[in-house]
Design a protein around this ligand. Structure first.
Ligand code: ASP
Length: 345
């Protein structure tokens, strides 16, 4: 039997007489060493424009009375399609020269969740995670079986070369060369070298380009979604925190909290970052205090990264121990706002 699907029936929200937002959305496009000196004005602008597109996609769902679950999926899919981010098209490569994609989604009201790891042919991994949640009795599917399930669920399948970007390929060659590891053959179906003239930060960047979204809808439902290509030059079927419910992704209306994380996944798994943040909010912490305390905890064991958190009041929280995190927020009470560097409001 499948897990109970979330209600997605739109409902016109009741007019509000307070300043508390009826709905609210926050997104991230990865944390890491992201400094002003490392991005040209064009690159900086391209990231901000892309974050604004993702916010607009999620906001359109929420403004029309739609579900938080639909909003986080809509926002994440925009970023999965954008080669600027390490998710979907633009994902990093494994040491074997493949793109293996991970994603997870969780619905706060009923604690249903779905996750996928190691996808290679499903265009939108977040849609596959949602299909696992709503159309299977399972929480996590991996590898070829997960792609087969997604295809059976009617989700768009692509040639693995769809995910190829020159910038990530160069990043792989650099990482493997530095590690003294063998270089894989360039995928036969990849575009010719030089064919992709994309806006791309320099290759000496150290950042996690995972994408994620958390939302509160006008019916008070929370949801979280995260999608990634993982870490450059990952080996041996490595899976990070993103598809691990409790680590990179978690949402619970009972705890008043939805979390999406980005960072050094092994540390985020060991710290059960997303679940811990929700335990803290359940114990009375604000989302901001909970997020900061948890990032300090994961930092204390050596982890780097950031989180976005949504609570039941609709005030989003952002916390990171890196110099930047691509991020943004919008609500029924506040216009879209995006930021990149840690010291930006
Ligand atoms: N957390 C992701 C992973 O470890 C990486 C990222 O955030 O970009 O797979």
């Amino acid at each position: 039997m499948a897990q109970t699907p979330a209600q997605t029936q739109p409902r016109t929200p009741a007019p509000t007489t307070t300043d508390a937002p009826r709905w609210s959305l926050a997104i991230h496009g990865g944390a890491g060493v992201i400094e002003r000196a490392g991005l040209t004005p064009e690159q900086d602008g391209a990231y901000r424009a892309s974050l604004n597109r993702a916010l607009a996609a999620g906001a359109a769902v929420l403004e029309s009375g739609g579900a938080a679950l639909d909003a986080v999926q809509a926002a994440v899919q925009v970023m999965e399609d954008d080669p600027l981010f390490n998710a979907g098209r633009g994902a990093v490569f494994t040491a074997a020269g493949r793109n293996e994609l991970d994603a997870a989604v969780m619905n706060g009201p009923d604690l249903t969740a779905g996750a996928v790891a190691g996808l290679t042919t499903t265009r939108h991994p977040i849609a596959a995670a949602r299909a696992v949640m709503e159309q299977s009795p399972h929480v996590m599917l991996i590898g070829p079986g997960a792609d087969a399930f997604a295809a059976q669920a009617g989700l768009e399948q692509v040639d693995p070369a769809f995910f190829f970007t020159e910038r990530r390929w160069r990043g792989l060659i650099k990482a493997l060369t530095e590690a003294g590891l063998p270089l894989p053959e360039r995928p036969a179906a990849a575009p010719a070298p030089g064919a992709q003239a994309a806006v791309a930060p320099p290759l000496n960047e150290k950042k996690f380009g995972t994408v994620g979204a958390v939302a509160l809808d006008s019916q008070g439902r929370l949801a979280a979604a995260t999608s990634t290509g993982g870490m450059t030059a990952k080996r041996w079927g490595r899976v990070g925190d993103v598809p691990v419910i409790d680590a990179g992704t978690y949402a619970s209306n009972r705890d008043g909290c939805a979390v999406s994380a980005t960072g050094s996944g092994e540390y985020f798994i060991r710290s059960t970052v997303a679940r811990d943040i929700c335990r803290r909010t359940a114990d009375g912490a604000t989302v901001q205090t909970a997020a900061e305390a948890e990032i300090a905890d994961v930092g204390s064991i050596g982890g780097d990264g950031g989180v976005i958190v949504m609570g039941l009041t609709g005030t989003p929280a952002f916390a990171m121990n890196t110099s930047g995190m691509y991020r943004g927020a919008v609500s029924s009470a506040a216009p879209a706002h995006v930021a990149i560097y840690a010291d930006e409001p």
